[in-house]
Design a protein around this ligand. Sequence first.
Ligand code: HAM
Length: 403
Amino acid sequence: MEQTAREVFATFGFGEIRPPVFEPTDLFARAVGGETDIVSKEMYSFEDRDETSVSLRPEATASVCRAYIEHGMQQLPPPVKLYYLGPMFRRERPQKGRYRQFYQIGAEALGGTDAPGIDAEVIEMVMLFFARLDLEGVQLEINSIGHGAPECRRGYVEKLKAALEKVKDKLGEDSRRRIETNPLRVLDSKLESEQAIISGLPRIGDHLCDECAKHYAEVKRQLELRGVAFKENWRLVRGLDYYMRTTFEITAKGLGSQNAVCGGGRYDGLVELLGGPPTKGIGFAIGEDRLILSLQEAGKGGIAQRRDVYIAWLGEKAQPAAIDVAQKLRKAGFRVELPPTEQKFGKALGQADKLGSRYALILGEDEVASGQWTLKTLADGSQQKYSEATLLEFLSKQKQLSS
Ligand code: HAM
């Protein structure tokens, strides 16, 4: 899965960055937002020896922006395209698809313009990755949450607050608290009793400023140009404060209530907020654990590393030949299993089968003496004799045919 991510992301010009596993707590508080669940309830924070607070990273966008500033990446031709893989930590209530240490594959495009073509291309990239993995039931939802100005999101949030105040008594405890701390997050509520109320609330799409509305319309057009299917969801606000304009989430089959395999969006103000120059930014992170769950539910998980050749050797004189041919085959790129001790051929063939080997190479003392080795194709049980040189030649040809 990670290998596929690397391959797909490279075709879009993304290179790898490895942010640290912990950072000053303040970085996450500033970037993700002090009032968010992530920062206020879920971070693993501890005191360093100099009494400053550090935290295990709950996400990596903040670190990538910090690195962008610290290493003067604004000097590079924009957008600077970076991806990362690794563990993240959030002290959430564990359940299926939700863990306290989980893994993300994320990507960020920083600098340059905020052209909607970038938003669409980043989304196209993650959708292509999912298609490569043959992930099932993939659904992309998008939204625009505008920008912070009074004539855009800030104005909308005021209206939303006023509307929420009116229905306060009918809301659950969490949503009531959020009216003050983070009213947009009320839209995220999954509480059954709140759904009808939420559907009657003012919608952000009706309150975007002209620039943001234009940007959103163009993002949709750019997605269509790329043949990326999407659904609009005006309630998609995301749980991190740095977003503006485009937000998106991707769900997949077989995941139950934790069904988002990817979340992302645009965060144009973030680098500046962290002390850097005004910089555009957009990115996403995929929940690797959930991706694996979804693939497994569809019967695609747990593909063991198959072997090309299992070397079934027997007898003291056969071992040097077995070691020698294993070295040659591995050098030529074959996946080879060489048992460390000799085995009876019946047992060896059973092992070869269990490991999903394509071939078993039978090397007994007779074969070594005659220079005629037996290669068994496990799928159909057929056998063929080869000299060492013709064997290597035959296997290389087969490899070329299958690659
Ligand atoms: P996020 O939506 O908080 O966004 O996380 C992205 C994905 O990580 C989620 O969709 C989910 O698949 C996975 N995930 C989150 N929490 C857990 C958990 N406790 N257990 C298992 N999987 C989890 C971000 O983290 C942003 N930094 C994404 C981003 C990058 N936005 C712009 N650039």
